[in-house]
Design a protein around this ligand. Structure first.
Ligand SMILES: C[S@@+](CC[C@H](N)C(=O)[O-])C[C@H]1O[C@@H](n2cnc3c(N)ncnc32)[C@H](O)[C@@H]1O
Length: 263
């Protein structure tokens, strides 16, 4: 797994946070004593959950030491705990009333098994709420795929691709229903107006581009990274011209909320 750079990731903090709040705002009320944020990243959003549920103990779980180091700089709260663990291996000390995962589960394979496990961690009527990017048809991703499949990059990057896991909305609805949940699934396209120079490149550097850059660094050093960024950045600048109000970047995201029916 390529490393995360919290500073680069948080350059577009407002835009990246909006789907988290759109997800959490749709969660049912009710008494919440235990909650987890899986793939919590720098923890800023996790910390807001202690306000949303004032009687809850909240765990933020992530397997990136860099992200967790950032999370641990947040003001300490007695009901907020950050844990270094893999999403598919972490066992909470108690069953959970709410499990949130914002922009993280697509990095984890085998969603059938993962969802079965997560639903199994919920209390009766507990809720699993997930948001994942579904933007791979967008030009930024298409150009990245095309670029890495062309020489001189192809042979260097042959085995570098980190795969995203994403099933269809129908699949999530049916799978979660079959796991004994009442389900809502929806998609939203955000039209972000990003500020700064070659803003889409900067966005991609914080997330999907990391595995490519890391592999280029290992095999070709900084010169290889710079050459790739120049080529990719030029293509992105053409695909996403900056306007007077910023650079428009459409971003499609898939959401689901699954409430466990049975004890
Ligand atoms: C795009 S960031 C999202 C961070 C945060 N949820 C947010 O919305 O700001 C994805 C996070 O998922 C974490 N992650 C990815 N795969 C993981 C896994 N298998 N176990 C734990 N964390 C994982 C990464 O380390 C990263 O911090």
């Amino acid at each position: 797994m390529a490393t995360w750079d919290p500073q680069q990731y948080q350059r577009f903090q407002k835009e990246r946070a909006q789907p988290f709040f759109d997800l959490v705002n749709r969660l049912p009320d009710g008494e919440v004593k235990t909650a987890a944020d899986l793939g919590c990243g720098p923890g800023t959003l996790t910390a807001t959950l202690t306000e949303r549920w004032p009687h809850a103990t909240v765990w933020g779980v992530d397997n990136s030491p860099q992200m967790l180091a950032k999370a641990r700089t947040l003001p300490a709260q007695p009901r907020l705990h950050f844990v270094e663990a893999d999403i598919v291996e972490w066992s909470p000390p108690q069953r959970l009333d709410r499990i949130i995962s914002n922009a993280a589960l697509h990095w984890v394979p085998e969603h059938q098994a993962v969802l079965q496990r997560l639903v199994g961690l919920l209390t009766p009527h507990g809720v699993l709420a997930v948001q994942m990017p579904n933007n791979h048809a967008e030009a930024a991703h298409r150009i990245l795929r095309e670029s890495t499949q062309q020489e001189p990059w192809r042979s260097v990057l042959a085995d570098a691709e980190e795969r995203f896991t994403l099933q269809t909305p129908r699949w999530y609805a049916q799978t979660l229903h079959s796991l004994g949940c009442t389900v809502q699934v929806w998609e939203t396209i955000y039209y972000h107006l990003l500020s700064g120079e070659n803003a889409v490149l900067e966005w991609m550097k914080g997330t999907a581009l990391r595995p490519t850059l890391e592999r280029l660094g290992q095999r070709l050093g900084q010169d290889g990274q710079t050459a790739f960024l120049d080529m990719y950045g030029q293509k992105l600048a053409q695909a996403y011209p900056a306007g007077p109000d910023g650079t428009l970047f459409p971003f499609r995201r898939l959401f689901f909320i699954a409430q466990r029916d049975e004890p």
